[in-house]
Design a protein around this ligand. Structure first.
Ligand code: URA
Length: 271
């Protein structure tokens, strides 16, 4: 069927949300890479989503393709959704619109304007829709959910919820130490198994009903699932959505690294 693609932000309220987004007054440039613009979502905006995933912030691949969680972290989460039988009916947003630079100060995280804009997305995706479960990846996502849940509108929405360890936490916490990476991966997979147990009874309308198979102690074949072409904007070359590692922040110092993302077509594509 040719090359299916994501039509983007046509239906309201998503069009208005993408026309009018917070900038430097809310996302300080010392804490976020505003220079690459906001990146909003991935997945279904047409009301067909059954599970909402909240991630943290976009990285370099997301910056280029303008959809979130499209790299290694995204493939791990795609595998988690597949275990629940969800292969299409999902939608992802991040806690932050822009890529984090360094760390985010408490004052920024708690800025009512930042929370209010994110809550407009949550309201658009949850109120009067058919989401059955919400999955938060990491602390910023869990905090986003707690802020939303404390609102009157948030309290009016009943949905199953699980907060899990962020998919690439094992890599970021182990800093190249292989033994630490193995231990952190086992711990993450145990944590994800608990979330599967919590959420699976609430997934009443899977796309591809499947017996629940838990993770083992390390990543196994099939635990990572590719991001479907229909999640990406039209006309993206296959290598951009079939693999990652093709976009790197490059430069001799921090400023140069903020200003550059180098794209390299993977080996074997150009012959
Ligand atoms: N990790 C996230 O949490 N979000 C992204 O968009 C990419 C990586």
């Amino acid at each position: 069927m040719g090359h299916p693609f994501d039509p983007g932000y046509v239906p309201e309220p998503f069009q208005s949300l993408c026309e009018d987004y917070p900038e430097a007054a809310v996302y300080p440039p010392g804490q976020f890479r505003l220079e690459w613009g906001p990146i909003f979502h991935r997945g279904r905006l047409d009301g067909s989503a059954r599970i909402l995933v909240i991630g943290q912030d976009p990285a370099q691949h997301e910056t280029i393709v303008r959809r979130i969680l499209v790299g290694e972290a995204g493939q791990r989460v795609q595998g988690f959704l597949a275990k629940l039988g969800i292969t299409r009916s999902y939608v992802f947003i991040n806690a932050y619109l822009y890529s984090v630079y360094g760390s985010v100060k408490a004052k920024t995280r708690k800025n009512p304007a930042l929370i209010e804009y994110r809550n407009r997305w949550l309201e658009a995706l949850l109120v009067g829709r058919q989401i059955e479960a919400v999955l938060a990846l990491g602390q910023a996502a869990d905090e986003a959910w707690q802020f939303w849940s404390a609102t009157a509108v948030g309290q009016s929405v009943e949905v199953a919820y699980a907060a899990v360890t962020h998919p690439t936490q094992p890599e970021s916490s182990s800093k190249g130490d292989k033994a630490k990476l193995l231990a952190a991966t086992t711990k993450l997979l145990q944590n994800w198994n608990a979330a599967l147990q919590t959420l699976s009874p609430h997934i009443q309308h899977p796309d591809a009903p499947t017996p629940l198979v838990f993770y083992g102690e390390s990543w196994a074949d099939g635990d990572r699932v590719g991001i479907p072409e229909f999640d990406f904007p039209a006309g993206l070359p296959a290598w951009m959505h079939e693999q990652d590692g093709w976009a790197k922040r490059a430069g001799a110092n921090n400023l140069a690294k903020r200003r550059n993302i180098t794209l390299t077509v993977p080996k074997g594509i150009v012959t």
